[in-house]
Design a protein around this ligand. Structure first.
Ligand code: NAD
Ligand code: DAU
Length: 355
């Protein structure tokens, strides 16, 4: 692949993917991002140092812009990360999620179809549209249920999950109806560098360092299956290079943890790395009102990508989390910069947390 169009590359996973895709390769990357609150200038600043990289500000739903970009840059593949991604915000304001995740993806697919149909035969068969989705489309598991398979029926429960499920169905339909060479990946919860501190792990690190309450929804026993972001990005790259068109691949870390376990591990790392005499970060844990419709458990069976494409995670939960906490400690300038008045407003409105 010589030229990739990455959408949403100013966000958490997209920015990590661009760094990975550029290391040791001459691949040219065009990053199309709308720059919502989830994308920060300091993240883009870090990317702008890369060779063969170009940034374009814009919306995946803007068909005129997409048409022009595809014609001008002639990418060999599109990796679609762009989305509204936070479940709590989808509960507070679902419309943004419908607009970007459903309508935006539909518009991107439609312009991609016209572009792809105009390519010559070798280019057409080499072209890929990789759609980045989530395990949340499969719904919620009981304690003893088997992990999600690629064949598990969709049962999305939040407006976020429903919008991602809609997009996945459109991607599937474009393969079946038009032959557009699409592949969808459904991944579990990611963590690592550059994750916005609205999501559990970076929120807890940032709150703890500021000696603020660590909000845990409900009884803290909801389970997520955690994967270090670089392992997710390696899986996406593997799918781009070797994945079978029309297929979907589950990606996960085989690392199920309750939320309270996750928070305790973070607190223990901080007790070790940033000790405060006579103080245990766990004393900040505060149980708060549950998330409406809170899915109880996610677990991913990722045997297909392991067996068929040879991918497997390189980090364990403990090694990945240690790297993550260290990254946040070493990048306090980034943490301070993303703590904008808008973010403080979100914390105040959603949790009643005031600085
Ligand atoms: P993020 O919220 O950190 O980043 C999303 C990026 O998309 C931001 O840079 C934002 O500016 C951009 N964006 C939003 N709307 C856009 C639009 N209309 N046009 C162009 N750009 C737009 O999200 P993330 O956590 O990096 O997630 C990336 C993708 O991976 C999403 O599709 C998400 O559903 C999926 N995913 C995330 C996780 C996770 O744990 N974070 C797990 C599985 C799948
Ligand atoms: O499973 C993949 C999904 O993981 C992605 O598709 C989403 O984009 C991503 O945001 C993530 O969704 P979750 O809702 O699982 O992630 P979040 O970090 O918001 O929450 C993780 C768990 O922690 C969940 O059970 C809710 C809980 N939680 C979260 C926050 C923000 C709390 O207990 N307190 C909090 O303050």
């Amino acid at each position: 692949m010589e030229k990739l169009l990455v959408t949403g590359g100013g966000g958490f996973i997209g920015s990590n993917f661009i760094v990975l895709a550029q290391s040791g390769s001459n691949t040219k990357i065009i990053n199309l991002d709308k720059l919502t609150y989830a994308s920060h200038p300091q993240t883009l600043q870090a990317l702008s140092q890369l060779p063969n990289y170009q940034f374009v500000r814009g919306d995946i739903g803007d068909r005129i812009l997409i048409k022009q970009l595809l014609n001008d840059y002639q990418p060999d593949a599109i990796i679609n990360f762009a989305a509204e991604s936070h479940v709590d915000r989808s509960i507070a304001n679902p419309n943004d999620f419908i607009q970007t995740n459903v309508v935006g993806t539909a518009n991107l697919l439609e312009e991609t179809r016209f572009y792809w149909q105009g390519l010559n035969e070798p280019q057409k068969s080499a072209f890929r549209f990789i759609h980045i989705s989530t395990d949340e489309v499969y719904g919620s598991l009981g304690a003893d249920d088997p992990a999600f398979l690629e064949t598990t029926p969709y049962a999305p429960n939040s407006p976020y999950a429903a919008s991602k499920a809609s997009a996945d169905h459109l991607v599937r339909a474009y393969f079946h109806t038009y032959g557009l060479p699409t592949i969808t990946t459904n991944c579990s919860n990611n963590y690592g560098p550059y994750q916005f501190p609205e999501k559990l792990i970076p929120l807890i690190i940032s709150q703890a360092l500021n000696q603020q309450p660590l909000p845990i929804y409900g009884d803290g026993l909801n389970i997520r299956d955690w994967l270090y972001v670089a392992d997710h990005c390696r899986a996406i790259y593997t799918v781009l290079e070797q994945g079978k068109i029309g297929e979907t691949y589950n990606i996960g870390g085989n690392s199920e943890k309750t939320n309270i376990e996750v928070v305790k591990v973070i607190c223990n790392l901080l007790n070790e790395l940033v000790p405060k005499s006579g103080f245990d970060y766990q004393s900040l844990v505060t149980f708060v009102k549950d998330r409406p419709g809170h899915d109880r458990r996610y677990a991913i069976n990722c045997e297909k990508i392991k067996q068929e494409l040879g991918w497997q995670p390189q980090e364990t939960f403990n090694s990945g989390l240690r790297k993550t906490v260290q990254w946040y400690l070493q990048h306090q300038a980034w943490v301070n910069a993303v703590n904008t008045p808008a973010h403080q407003n979100w914390l105040a409105q959603h949790y009643g947390i005031r600085p």
